[in-house]
Design a protein around this ligand. Structure first.
Ligand SMILES: NC(=O)c1ccc[n+]([C@@H]2O[C@H](COP(=O)([O-])OP(=O)(O)OC[C@H]3O[C@@H](n4cnc5c(N)ncnc54)[C@H](O)[C@@H]3O)[C@@H](O)[C@H]2O)c1
Length: 334
């Protein structure tokens, strides 16, 4: 564990009932673990379409009867209503999460990501949840040339996934202004860390490179590799969610970038990861560019700092080392 959550968030969540949608996934399981560390009671709803109970089992020793796992979908409004009853906060992470797959299945993505989010908001407002934090995405910015990306820029979604996430930001804002519930949309920039799935054909780049390097294969890059990303270790996203939930001022559905504000090219990443794997002889191969991918991504964090008091808790390089160590361990065990 790189971050001591009680030292950052005190006793705010102790004894508090919370719901994490998609909590068996990568980011959701880290939010769940932090909430358990903070003394909260956590219900996780996840249909396991992308997540795995092993992500929760990883910290079973800490559960202390405060974690309830419900295998179910956010499309099932009855189950959702049961899960949310009595909760003060909802951390809404459940979604289908791949840009290329959203291009293949736009209707399914809309159903789970947009209608599913509407269901979560409906359940939350009916049961008097105080605040919903939402896993929004930097993909909303699309290919605008200007860097860094600032929340006031017009969104230019390039894929159905990005459009879904943007629609949800609208819902978050509309619910905060129409009903007695507060919300915030946290636009995550390329989150990485332990438990991110490496075994999907749509794996995120760090997970995919780890799988290749572990198997003594060269990392495969889409395009020339000069595309850059603001790679953000998962603890920073967890921290932003906790700050968002416990904010003492209304957040009114505001959209907030969550990142490290550091730009790394995919070529640089491939070299760094080959070094950490001790496999510098494996130089990257290049495949054609993928539709829907954006060229550069870098966040401005001014609003995150002002509105949430957000600061990066784990910089990129500090997060990459334990991430590679985790992949080496789990991939070796397969
Ligand atoms: N990882 C990133 O870089 C990144 C960037 C921007 C936004 N996000 C968003 O953050 C959230 C978490 O992403 P992640 O990287 O942890 O992905 P993930 O796939 O590991 O987690 C998503 C979880 O949602 C669950 N889920 C999917 N459909 C569901 C449904 N209908 N009902 C209940 N559960 C369902 C999956 O089983 C999975 O456990 C997602 O909303 C994603 O769009 C992630």
């Amino acid at each position: 564990m790189l971050v001591n959550w009680p030292s950052l968030h005190g006793s705010h969540f102790a004894g508090v009932k919370t719901l994490v949608t998609g909590g068996a996934g990568f980011i959701g399981s880290h939010i769940t673990e932090a909430l358990i560390d903070l003394g909260a009671h956590v219900t996780v709803i996840d249909d396991l379409s992308g997540g795995d109970v092993a992500n929760l089992e990883a910290f079973r020793a800490k559960w202390d009867n405060r974690l309830t796992f419900v295998e179910g979908s956010i499309l099932d409004t009855d189950t959702l209503a049961r899960c949310v009853t009595g909760c003060r906060y909802v951390f809404h992470q459940a979604a289908l999460g791949s840009v290329p797959r959203s291009i293949e299945q736009p209707a399914r993505y809309h159903e789970v990501n947009a209608t599913g989010t509407l269901n979560v908001l409906e359940a939350a407002r009916k049961t008097k949840v105080q605040r919903v934090t939402f896993a929004a995405s930097s993909s909303a910015y699309g290919d605008s040339e200007t860097l860094p990306k600032i929340e006031t820029m017009p969104p230019l979604p390039k894929s159905p996934y990005a459009a879904n996430k943007l629609a949800c930001e609208g819902l978050m804002r509309a619910y905060a202004s129409s009903y007695n519930i507060d919300t915030v949309s946290l636009r995550y920039f390329n989150i990485f860390g332990p438990r991110q799935n490496a075994n999907s054909a749509y794996a995120a780049v760090i997970a995919a490179f780890a799988k290749a390097l572990n198997a003594d294969q060269p990392p495969a890059i889409f395009g020339d590799g000069e595309q850059s990303r603001d790679f953000t270790f998962v603890d920073n996203a967890v921290h932003a969610n906790l700050l968002g939930a416990r904010s003492d001022k209304p957040l009114k559905g505001e959209v907030v970038n969550i990142a490290c504000a550091q730009r790394v090219t995919v070529n640089e990443l491939a070299v760094m990861m080959a070094e950490l794997f001790g496999k510098t002889h494996l130089t990257a191969v290049h495949n054609p560019e993928r539709a829907g991918d954006v060229k550069h991504s870098l966040a401005d964090l001014t609003r995150a700092e002002k509105l949430l008091g957000y600061k990066v808790v784990v910089p990129f390089a500090d997060g990459l080392k334990p991430t590679v160590a985790w992949y080496r361990e789990v991939l070796a065990a397969v």
